[in-house]
Design a binder for this molecule. Structure first.
Ligand code: 13P
Length: 341
């Protein structure tokens, strides 16, 4: 492993004013997104949709540091035959790849999941590196509910994340370490804080046991937010303050950057939260975005599967990328949203 080079890639992924586009929806998830805009999920439609984003040259060159791809996309070619990976590189962004293989029920832990995909991961990483990937992603899912999460679930997922991260670094690929505590439940923000704290502490313990070099990773956590069905809402300031406090308590300063998932927050919420955290300032790591839904909901709707909508969809994508780029600097203002509308 060449740690200096890994660190350089990790720093580039969280470069000031930029963040990551998570375009790695699995076949099942992209079908759900396409169903919502009445577009059939065919290989060509998935290609056209993603090509639309990767050809948004302003967004890609100014605000997007890297793109997380799904296996299908990393091998795909644009309509004119250019590999999609080359479009990303030409814009100055770094191609990345989702390498986990989804989740399975965890035995003896009703309602809980463990992320799979470690078998033959070293072989797959070598192929992805050859294809241009310089970072990878693995997502663990922790649900909050009656009597869960269990320690069995947290430790199994943290262990898998650490094994994945060590294999990535060995293949000269920067691992995005993503332990996602879901915001689906009716729990309040303090319960989310408490569970996320436990999950992050366990994750960093396992990373240490597996000898993962923290200078060569990017952490992708959830923010401290109330569950979607919680009766107790939290203000932007409360989310920002609690998330910063939580991360300061759990994430060593050796980590170059933290790139949040949006996890079901609205576009503008995800931007406002990130911005408020960066306005607090004085942080030991960069704080940026690695959004899927919060970057793509608007362009998806604008596109709706029609080639005549590509320009409008690219404008919608560029706007969201710019808003989040500003938020990564603590320079976003809400009236920039109104002006665009
Ligand atoms: P969301 O921002 O939609 O949560 O997606 C990010 C991601 O990559 C989840 O694994």
């Amino acid at each position: 492993m060449n740690l200096a080079d890994l660190n350089k890639v990790a720093e580039a992924m969280v470069a000031p004013g930029k963040g990551i586009l998570a375009a790695d929806e699995s076949s099942g998830t992209i079908k759900k997104r396409f169903d919502a805009i009445s577009v059939e999920s065919t290989e060509d439609n998935r290609r056209d949709y993603r090509e639309m984003m990767f050809r948004s040259s302003e967004a890609m060159s100014k605000y997007i540091s890297g793109v997380i791809l799904y296996d299908e996309t990393i091998w795909q070619k644009a309509k004119d035959g250019t590999p999609l990976v080359d479009l990303i590189k030409k814009a100055g962004a770094i191609p990345g790849i989702k390498v986990d293989e989804g989740t399975k029920p965890l035995p003896n832990c009703p309602g809980e999941l463990v992320t799979i995909g470690l078998d033959r991961l070293a072989d797959r990483l070598a192929k992805y590196y050859e294809q241009g990937a310089r970072f990878a992603k693995w997502r663990a899912v922790i649900d909050i509910g009656e009597g869960i999460p269990s320690y069995a679930c947290i430790s199994a997922n943290a262990h898998a994340l650490a094994r994945y991260a060590a294999l990535c670094q060995d293949a000269q690929i920067v691992p995005i370490v993503e332990p996602e505590v879901l915001m689906d439940g009716s729990h309040d923000i303090d319960r989310c804080y408490e569970v996320t704290e436990f999950v992050l502490k366990e994750t960093f313990q396992q990373l240490y046991y597996q000898k993962v070099a923290l200078e060569g990773i990017v952490l992708k956590p959830n923010m401290a937010v109330p569950g979607k069905k919680s009766a107790k809402k939290a203000s932007v300031q409360e989310v920002a303050e609690k998330t910063v406090k939580l991360l300061k308590n759990c994430v060593p300063g050796a980590v170059p950057g933290i790139a949040f998932l949006s996890g079901g927050q609205s576009d503008e919420e995800a931007t406002a939260h990130l911005d408020a955290m960066n306005k607090i300032g004085g942080l030991p790591w960069k704080l940026t975005f690695s959004y899927g839904r919060a970057l793509q909901a608007a362009p998806q709707k604008a596109w709706s599967g029609k080639s005549e909508n590509v320009a409008a969809a690219q404008r919608a994508f560029t706007h969201r990328a710019m808003m989040n780029g500003l938020a990564s600097l603590g320079q976003w203002k809400q009236d920039l949203e109104k002006k665009a509308a």
